[in-house]
Design a protein around this ligand. Structure first.
Ligand code: SF4
Length: 83
């Protein structure tokens, strides 16, 4: 079930350096393909915005983005709504 404050996230595969920080933090949302050397989001997984922001902050490749809507992602240094 998706809670109201949950958000979707994406991974920019061109920026991902496959260190696995996202998978370590949120193993039900991210998976790293060790052969391809890139992380991805598992299905349509969502997570609470505060936890998504932690992953964004800790991604060394700055590859994780919060999906604002179907056409736009939140840049890593862009303030979230209400800030
Ligand atoms: S934390 Fe960022 S750079 Fe590291 S595997 Fe995940 S998406 Fe890729």
């Amino acid at each position: 079930m998706t809670r109201r404050a949950d958000v979707r996230v994406t991974v920019d595969s061109g920026s991902c350096i496959a260190g696995g920080q996202c998978e370590m933090l949120e193993p039900e949302v991210f998976v790293v393909d060790d052969i391809e050397g890139v992380a991805s989001v598992i299905g349509a997984a969502t997570l609470p915005r505060d936890r998504a922001e932690i992953v964004v902050d800790r991604c060394p490749g700055r590859a994780v983005r919060i999906l604002v809507d179907a056409t736009r992602t939140l840049d890593a240094d862009e303030p979230t709504a209400g800030e």
